[in-house]
Ligand binder design. Structure first.
Ligand code: NDP
Ligand code: TDO
Ligand code: MG
Length: 293
């Protein structure tokens, strides 16, 4: 089985290089090796030249605040490129594996959303990601759209690493405490993807949209506290005192993009249909911290 992996050097793309290696022959590309998602013509030529049975798209425009002022770039990469991949997958019978986000939801309420919940993005990033999802479902191609949240990895940039850096530099941090979600490891997501794509190739009825997040829930503030206290316990030179990691409401942290307050997502569908288990967010975060500290 030939697998085309796009966005090979992102947090998720890097872990997918490892997880997909045992599933098939992986052709892993980035924007500098024929797979620039902003260049539709060359992207299509690359997909046709590789002729994969599975396309795994880990590339995306993920700069949430910047997207508010770079709408065109975000839309080309997050919406138009996935649409093109889907049409090509439909034409050739390939399976398309794609990733989406909690930011497609408006974050109202306080209950976990399932896959049928109404999409109502608050940001350009969320809107363009939802357009990408919709195009894939509308194309009629076999697909796995995995909606995830708050992704971190040992390699790449993420919130946990930002908090570690700031905790070494500053004596006070202010972190939002009323946005609730689940930090999800790129390693977990990559392993899930490998299992799920094998199962979906064997049973096309598994095609669909799935919520794929780690177990449990937390706020950005409690997540930051967890990361900082873990680092302190491992002897890292942390400047901020524990009581100086302050919990603030979203209204006290203005940003260009509006983010959802409730990012809780139910993974019942994934667990039932694939028989897979989602470990708690702390298990993955602690493992990542052990690795980088
Ligand atoms: N990060 C998160 O918190 C979350 C991510 N997701 C989704 O998960 C998926 C993976 O995200 P993650 O790995 O964390 O993101 P990263 O930002 O770590 O990686 C994104 C990758 O996409 C690449 N990319 C950007 N623009 C282009 C382009 N025009 N052509 C080709 N490649 C491009 C980047 O390459 P380069 O380095 O060259 O810019 C980078 O390697 C995405 O679909 C994202 O929307 C969902 C929820 C949360
Ligand atoms: C740096 C910082 C951030 N924050 C807040 C801002 C934001 O609400 C939250 C997380 O900050 P980030 O910059 O990591 O947020 P963001 O880049 O929006 O993270 C999102 O990325 C995209 C790609 C997704 O798909 C989402 O699931 C989510 O992970 O923490 C603070 O409260 N204090 C701080 O000092
Ligand atoms: Mg970010």
């Amino acid at each position: 089985m030939k697998i085309l992996l796009l966005g090979k050097n992102g947090q998720l793309g890097w872990e997918l290089q490892r997880s997909l290696a045992v599933v098939g022959d992986v052709v892993a590309l980035d924007r500098h090796s024929g797979a620039d998602l902003a260049n539709a013509e060359s992207l299509l030529a690359t997909v046709q030249a590789v002729a994969p049975q599975v396309i795994v798209n880990a590339a995306a425009y993920t700069a949430v605040d910047k997207a508010e002022s770079e709408v065109e770039a975000a839309r080309a990469i997050n919406a138009r490129a996935p649409a093109l991949l889907a049409i090509e997958a439909r034409r050739t019978g390939a399976l398309l594996v794609h990733y989406s986000t909690d930011y497609v939801f408006d974050g109202s309420g306080d209950r976990p959303r399932d896959e049928e919940a109404a999409i109502a993005p608050l940001s350009v990033y969320g809107a363009t990601k939802s357009e990408g999802e919709d195009a894939i479902r509308a194309s009629g191609c076999q697909h796995l759209v995995l909606r995830t949240s708050w992704v971190y990895a040992a390699r790449g940039g993420n919130f946990a690493k930002t908090m570690l850096r700031l905790a070494r530099e500053r004596d006070q941090l202010k972190v939002i405490a009323d946005q609730i979600g689940a930090p999800t490891g790129a390693d977990l997501l990559a392993d899930l993807s490998a299992h799920m794509l094998r199962a979906a190739r064997a049973n096309p009825a598994l095609s669909g949209t799935y919520h794929a997040v780690a177990g449990g829930e937390t706020s950005w503030h409690a997540y930051a506290r967890h990361v900082i206290e873990f680092a302190r316990s491992r002897g890292v030179d942390i400047k901020v005192a524990p009581d100086q990691v302050l919990a603030i409401p979203t209204s006290d942290y203005p940003t260009p993009a509006t983010r959802p307050l409730n990012s809780r997502m139910s993974t019942a569908k994934l667990q039932q249909r694939f028989g897979l288990t989602l470990p708690t967010w702390q298990q993955g975060v602690d493992r990542m911290l052990e690795e980088i500290l």
